[in-house]
Design a protein around this ligand. Sequence first.
Ligand code: BJW
Length: 224
Amino acid sequence: MRVVVLTGAGISAESGVPTFRDADGLWEGHRVEDVATPEAFRRAPDTVQRFYDARRRAVALVAPNPAHAALARLERELGDELLVVTQNIDALHESAGSTRVLHMHGELGTALCSSCGARSPAEGDLIGRPPCPACGDRMLRPDVVWFGEMPYGLDRIDAALAACEVFVAIGTSGAVYPAAGFVSTAKARGARTVELNLAPSEITGLFDEVRQGPASTVVPAWCA
Ligand code: BJW
């Protein structure tokens, strides 16, 4: 059975990683669209860098929860018939043992050189602006996808959506495109669509099946 799983911030919430748009979310008091942009980085690079450095330090201290573990087990059963497309920039899927993970909004663990495009490990803080190991420019930025930028891996995602029999969205609000459009793409190509979320999302009505509850409970139950 070919399965595409789309994950959002909700799957990492019970590991202690804040979501974006919930009441106690990361961007509370700000419109995400005003902060997560290349313009915001150009205006205040050190502030934005400090914010991602703090998040990198915070996710280094958290552990995967039973939802991440259930998806890793599912991969061991399905092999290359499963693709996890995550919008999350933490590495909790990998920590749980998943290997077929596509980070469409980038990763906290790498830095991107705005000058030459090379990626390098971002293990410590980047606020001191270390030079790019490939070209030497001090143009490193977080390797994340902000509004107005092209998400990673869209061709591979599109091919997987076209071929999948089941599409599952876990812990995502459906507020951000193109990820919010994947359910319609998968459905148009014949897949059964399932939403697993604590609460109704902006696109709940598009799914064939909806299961509500915390990811640490509903994901293992769905995978079983
Ligand atoms: C639980 C739980 C528990 C809580 N258990 N659940 C129409 C079509 C195409 C594009 C656009 C469009 N209209 C506008 C656009 C442009 C724009 C966009 O979407 N804007 C919106 C404001 C409408 N999109 C873009 O600019 C994207 N690029 C782009 O479109 O390129 C051109 C293109 C065109 C056409 C095709 C293809 C490409 C780029 C978007 C980049 C988003 N970047 C961010 C920041 C990344 C770095 C970082 O982490 O800081 O990504 S914003 C932020 O939102 C982050 C997330 O990945 C993303 C989604 O958030 P998510 O994961 O859904 O979190 P929340 O907080 O919103 O929801 C949490 C959910 O969990 C809730 O549902 C809770 O109920 C649930 N939950 N606890 C289970 N315990």
